[in-house]
Design a protein around this ligand. Structure first.
Ligand code: ADP
Length: 435
């Protein structure tokens, strides 16, 4: 009884009435299978008709197995016996009914789809190899002269062939249907979790947008009054009062920058991404003249850039952020940033290279995360959102962004896009000296 209980899948034990019936089926199956295994050896020495009865009993047991196991999909243990028994019986019957051309060979082959239908792949492969190599041994024995006679009357022989063929064909069909519905279910689940993820992302973006948008107006008032106090009353404060005031002013400005950047981040999404022809040389020139106003001594240069199909506003953000970072995180007297461009048959690549302070290798992936900063506000002002925005934009434009850098020497941000977005390469001379 204990053994039978072990053979019953756990979830049946929860319901005593179901457990009773399942135990009975399993016990019956076990009796039939074990007796057929024992008798199948014996029947070879007696005669074939008894063998056919044994076969019928075994098939009955097999159906019992299917009844239990199809419901439970838990063939790992009980199903193992079924397969071993199928291989042994079909080999024994085949040797008495023509060897390699016996109808029972089909039963041997039936083991393969059944294994893959119900077992884990490793176990199924093992059973399949055993079944196939048994067949090969059978054939080799036959070729090397061992006679396997065919005792069956012709009608029974063809009847069995037909039955076995249909049996295996049905197994193949159910394997195919199971496979198809498995794929359908898996892709449905994948789509659902994708949709859920998209929804929660959109919700988060909406939340970030609303929160930062609503924070903006009270902060605007604070900044306005800070300016007013600064102009009218700052001189009335003593030295420490003026210092505290500066701290308030800096923090208000920092908070304003944070809110602006969070708003910017939350507005980057795949909705409304435009695809228009952009002459990157013009875009670069625009950013360059903005940056030269802030860093007049900097050398800002670029290779000859292509015309691509992309979103102007988004690309502007990326180019501006990366070039500005190259100048901001830079303690050189002559700060240099350069955009390199190359293309191969699959991708177009931009390299934003600077001669700045560089970034330690352990931060190369972290710095693309939201709010990740390697310096405090006193050393370099910032919010830690710029690179996260760049990564998000590049991702939505089907590209990739990577960093290579040596601390003390400089950094290069590599951006690549699929070649399909490139329109044409403008053959003009490099705009400025390279770094
Ligand atoms: P922010 O500049 O507002 O702090 P970013 O996301 O643009 O935010 O940058 C994140 C961090 O990565 C920065 O705080 C800085 O420490 C580092 N970083 C970014 N660009 C460079 C660069 N070109 N050279 C050195 N460090 C950089």
């Amino acid at each position: 009884m204990n053994i039978i209980n072990k053979l019953i899948p756990k979830h049946f034990s929860l319901n005593p009435s179901i457990q009773g019936s399942v135990s009975l089926i399993v016990a019956l199956c076990l009796v039939i299978i074990f007796s057929s295994i024992i008798l199948s050896g014996v029947f070879y020495w007696i005669n074939f008709i008894k063998g056919v009865y044994i076969l019928l009993y075994t098939m009955l047991a097999m159906s019992g197995y299917f009844m239990v196991l199809r419901i439970t999909k838990n063939l790992d243990f009980i199903g193992g016996y079924f397969i071993v028994q199928s291989i042994i019986i079909s080999l024994l019957l085949s040797t008495c009914t023509g060897g390699g051309i016996s109808p029972f060979v089909m039963w041997l082959f039936g083991v393969i789809p059944v294994s893959f239908l119900y077992f884990k792949r490793r176990l199924a492969t093992t059973w399949s190899i055993i079944a196939l190599s048994s067949y090969v041994v059978l054939i080799v024995l036959q070729i090397s002269g061992i006679k396997m006679e065919q005792f069956l009357p012709e009608k029974l022989y063809f009847g069995l062939w037909g039955f076995m063929f249909v049996f295996v064909a049905l197994i193949f069909c159910s394997l195919f249907i199971g496979f198809q519905s498995g794929i359908k279910k898996a892709s449905y689940r994948l789509k659902q979790s994708n949709d859920d993820l998209k929804n929660s992302n959109e919700e988060l973006e909406r939340f970030a947008y609303i929160a930062s948008h609503d924070l903006k107006s009270p902060l605007k008032n604070i900044i306005g009054f800070v300016g007013l106090v600064k102009r009218r009353h700052l001189k009335q404060l003593d030295e420490s009062g003026q210092e505290y005031f500066r701290i308030i002013e800096n923090n208000a400005r920092h908070m304003n920058n944070l809110i602006e950047d969070i708003l910017e981040f939350s507005q980057v999404n795949d909705r409304g991404i435009r695809r228009e022809a952009i002459n990157l040389n013009k875009l670069f020139e625009e950013i360059k003249s903005n940056l030269e106003a802030i860093y007049p001594k900097a050398i800002i240069s670029a290779d000859s850039l292509p015309v691509i199909q992309s979103d102007y506003v988004r690309l502007h953000q990326v180019f501006q952020n990366l070039l500005e970072n190259g100048l901001k995180y830079n303690k050189n007297k002559v700060k240099k940033v350069h955009i390199g461009f190359k293309s191969d048959h699959q991708n177009i690549q931009f390299a934003f290279q600077d001669n700045g302070i560089g970034i330690d290798e352990k931060y190369h992936t972290q710095i693309f995360e939201m709010f990740k900063r390697l310096h405090n506000q006193a050393a370099f002002e910032g919010t830690g959102i710029g690179l996260a925005v760049c990564k998000k934009i590049v991702h939505y434009l089907d590209g990739d962004i990577q960093l290579s850098s040596t601390p003390g020497i400089g950094s290069t941000f590599h951006i690549s896009f699929p070649k399909t977005i490139q329109e044409e390469k403008l053959e003009i001379e490099p705009i400025l000296d390279q770094v």
